[in-house]
Design a protein around this ligand. Structure first.
Ligand code: PMP
Length: 339
């Protein structure tokens, strides 16, 4: 076992977990990167590290500078923790629709959290635009005092996944991976892993698993950004093409309803003991669809992006699930139905 000198050394290098139920159902090997094991609890620790290392390398960060980012929460958690480790403060802007658990994790880490109403990307009060404005204002008052991480359009995000996450998957499967499926928020994971795998074997199939309410699957399939329905998932889906997403080499895409994805999260916890978050359900659903597309005998990889405890108030709440038309397993109803 390695000894880590600092927090950043513990980011990435996650194990590949065999998903027993999904593998049995498809006759494929379905494997998933255990991203919930990162120190900040999500795949976005990787993004935070990639963005921060790149900014430091380029001399954009003064000692003691303030890191500013717009995020669904997980990138903010990664940045806040890395900031604590390296002597930076963090201002994190989030839409007020995101889970209480992520907001609390940020506050506990000492980040200054600014909640804004959910708004379209083009709105000047969108969380990313707000974060950029805060960084600009700080820099106007004291040049070099703040840095806007810009995870959606800063290609250091995708590049880190290409150099690390994708290479890990290739090496951990000894090059036997046939397909990779996952959702896209910034697109960093999908584009980075997709590019790394295709560079090693162009025939590897890359698939986008898009939550309902996102326009990305429609864009891949028809060229048109069209969103239908809605989803309780967080941190995935998009109504626009980010710079990181634009370079994703995508072969297949599906729009996946919550009624399909969330039951995978419940089943994985109940039958295999892994407690994963909402986006992991979309990723598992995508991996299963990809496995069925490829046929039995193939190896399909996806990612379990964070923990279910980050969404406790809705993922394990029968009333919330029922209201959204998501099936409620009997054991969950028994445990929390009367609560
Ligand atoms: N899952 C979760 C839980 C996330 O927070 C995010 C990022 N917001 C993603 C998946 C999507 O990852 P990416 O930004 O690399 O597309």
């Amino acid at each position: 076992m390695a000894t880590y000198p600092t927090l950043s050394a513990g980011i990435g290098g996650t194990p590949l977990l065999r998903l027993r139920g999904a593998s049995a159902a498809t006759g494929c090997e379905i494997l998933a990167k255990a991203e919930f094991l990162n120190p900040g609890g999500s795949v976005k620790d990787r993004t935070a590290l990639g963005l921060l290392d790149d900014a430091e390398r380029r001399g954009l960060l003064r000692p003691g500078a303030t890191l500013v980012e717009g995020t669904a929460g997980n990138t903010g958690i990664g940045l806040a923790l890395l900031g604590n480790s390296r002597g930076y403060r963090a201002i994190i802007v989030m839409p007020d629709t995101q889970s209480r658990e992520k907001i609390d994790a940020l506050r506990a880490a000492g980040a200054s959290v600014r909640l804004v109403p959910a708004a379209p990307w083009s709105d000047p009060n969108h969380y990313a635009a707000t974060a950029r404005r805060i960084a600009d204002e700080l820099n106007a008052a004291a040049p070099g005092s703040a840095w806007f991480a810009n995870q959606f359009d800063n290609l250091a995000n995708r590049e880190w996944h290409e150099a690390h996450t994708g290479v890990e998957i290739w090496e951990q499967t000894a090059g036997t991976v046939d397909g990779f499926a996952c959702a896209s928020g910034t697109g960093g994971t999908l584009a980075g892993v997709g590019r790394a795998l295709k560079a090693r074997r162009p025939g590897i199939v890359v698939a986008l698993a898009d939550p309902a309410g996102s326009a990305l699957a429609s864009h891949v399939l028809t060229g048109e950004l069209k969103a239908e329905g809605s989803s309780i998932t967080e941190g995935i889906g998009n109504g626009r093409l980010t710079a990181n997403f634009l370079d994703a080499p995508i072969d297949l895409a599906w729009s996946i309803p919550d009624a399909e994805s969330i039951p995978h999260v419940h089943a994985l916890l109940r039958d295999e003991g892994y407690c994963v978050g909402l986006s992991s359900g979309v990723n598992i659903a995508g991996a299963i669809r990809l496995a069925r597309h490829l046929g039995p005998g193939h190896t399909v990889v996806t990612a379990l992006c964070d923990s279910g405890m980050r969404y406790q108030a809705k993922l394990f709440n029968p009333a919330v699930l029922r209201e959204k038309g998501i099936p409620v397993p009997g054991w969950l109803d028994e445990a929390f139905g009367g609560a």
